[in-house]
Ligand binder design. Sequence first.
Ligand code: DQA
Length: 167
Amino acid sequence: MAETVRALILQGPNLNLLGSREPEIYGTLGARDLASLVREWSQELGVEATLVQTNSEGELLDLVQGAEGRFDFLVVNPGALTHTSLALRDALAGIPVPALEVHLSNIHAREEWRRQSWISPVCQGVLVGMGPLGYRLALEAGLVLVGGRNLGPPSGSNPSPVSSPSQ
Ligand code: DQA
């Protein structure tokens, strides 16, 4: 039997307010309903999911630091810490567990300051603006990443520096 794939799904500050918080941006699905949906999808995909929402940056850091050996991949929506927390960036960079960044809203279509994510450069992939579906896509992407299936970006697809001599 194939080994169970374990995912830690982290929801950062204010994501407990989903449903009532700025519904025109984040939708009307409540935090509990989103968690149920994500659990349902995880079961369907054969992922053993642990979901945690916290408003505390320190707790988020502890959870990331404790993920090595306990989880195969992370799905992280850090809320506003996306745009402020170098400590979260360093925690994610400091563990050998791949992470997918998720945002319900399209952070690139909002305020200028939201376009900067400190954690994108240390994540394997980023899903923005897909609403709850982003979590399902992240679970599927995580499965591909840990399963080593060759569905990822083609090798050499990372942009090379503009000044590269081969350009
Ligand atoms: C968010 C986007 C962040 O800019 C914001 O601070 C959030 C939610 C999203 O899911 O769209 O709290 O991460």
